[in-house]
Design a protein around this ligand. Structure first.
Ligand SMILES: O=S(=O)(CCO)c1ccc(-c2ccc(C3CCCC3)c([C@H]3C[C@H]3c3ccccn3)c2)cc1
Length: 237
């Protein structure tokens, strides 16, 4: 799929997102707005043309799964309805390659905001480890795109714009002398980043309340789902 018209953009945005996820909190003014166990969620308050586009960064550590498994369940369409509770409808409108798809998603209306839909390419890839102790790194990047065949239907709903990445690192603790690696030896470090432009006006207070409620719920539910899906299956590195 290296010759697909979107490939240069996919390469550029994916490389940007790897850097952005791996820089941690940098020296930006991030506000910790949710913390539960190992999960820490940060946001910055930003508006573009009066629209709330608060960047979000979440860090989480889960035991018992690999980075590949976490990214596989996030990327693959067949599992999405199991963990994405705000979906009313989801379809794959283009199969660019086995590691790049284009999704069209209609999200449930969140009162009193108008219903939103999202059209985005989604790309999964393994990334070389960047620090000792990390066995492997996988990333999924979701980035809004436009397709003549799927124009926004502004009468029905508002098209939102998103750039999202899920970067996961696998850390393996050494098993007992001579024992093979089990899921007890696996730790997955997760960095989830999202910037969502709601596309049309919605009260800042409403949007911030939605994000404050929905993002922690989403990351907790998604990671618990992957742990449950993997626990009795062979490890996928
Ligand atoms: O990580 S993903 O790519 C996973 C693939 O689905 C992703 C994450 C989040 C969204 C999203 C974007 C905007 C909204 C709002 C904006 C105004 C009204 C709807 C919502 C609403 C449904 C709420 C929500 C917020 C956060 C997490 C999940 N649910 C969701 C879309 C895709």
């Amino acid at each position: 799929a290296e010759y697909h018209r979107l490939w240069p953009e996919i390469e550029r945005v994916t490389k940007e997102q790897i850097k952005y996820a791996q820089m941690g909190l940098g020296n930006d003014a991030w506000h910790l707005f949710a913390e539960e166990g190992e999960m820490k969620m940060y946001r910055r308050e930003e508006e573009v043309n009066g629209l709330v586009v608060d960047p979000l960064k979440a860090c989480h550590v889960v035991k018992g799964v690999t980075a590949h498994e976490m990214c596989h369940y996030f990327f693959s369409p067949q599992y999405r309805y199991d963990w994405e509770t705000t979906l009313e409808h989801m379809t794959v409108v283009e199969n660019i390659s086995d590691d790049t798809l284009i999704f069209l998603q209609l999200h449930k209306r969140i009162w009193p905001a108008t219903q939103r839909d999202a059209l985005f390419w989604s790309h999964i890839r393994q990334v070389p480890p960047n620090e000792p102790g990390v066995r492997d790194i996988w990333i999924v990047v979701n980035n809004s795109t436009e397709l003549p065949k799927h124009p926004p239907d502004n009468k029905k709903c508002i098209r939102l714009f998103l750039t999202v990445c899920l970067l996961c690192q696998t850390i393996v603790s050494s098993p007992k002398e001579g024992a093979s690696i089990t899921r007890d030896n696996l730790t997955c470090k997760i960095t989830y980043c999202s910037v969502v432009n709601p596309g049309g006006w919605a009260p800042a207070s409403v949007l911030r309340a939605v994000y404050k409620r929905e993002y922690p719920k989403f990351l907790k539910r998604f990671t618990a789902y992957v742990i449950d899906q993997c626990k009795n299956k062979p490890i996928m590195f």
